[in-house]
Design a protein around this ligand. Sequence first.
Ligand SMILES: [Zn+2]
Ligand SMILES: [Zn+2]
Length: 69
Amino acid sequence: MKCYICAEQGKDSDAVAICIVCGMGVCMEHLVREEVELWRGDYPFPAKKLKKPVPRILCVICHEAYEEG
Ligand SMILES: [Zn+2]
Ligand SMILES: [Zn+2]
């Protein structure tokens, strides 16, 4: 998978992660690791069974949207 944001800008970067919100692939430059548990109730992963926090990867676009909201 290629980074969607890079593709829009005419670049060709391999995606290293997938945004959990919109599902698009993002490269290291365009991902945001969100440590704050913004979606405790909505997140489908069974977080209660895990001892360590799960890294939540967002694309910069979704991250900006949540920051504004
Ligand atoms: Zn990119
Ligand atoms: Zn996204």
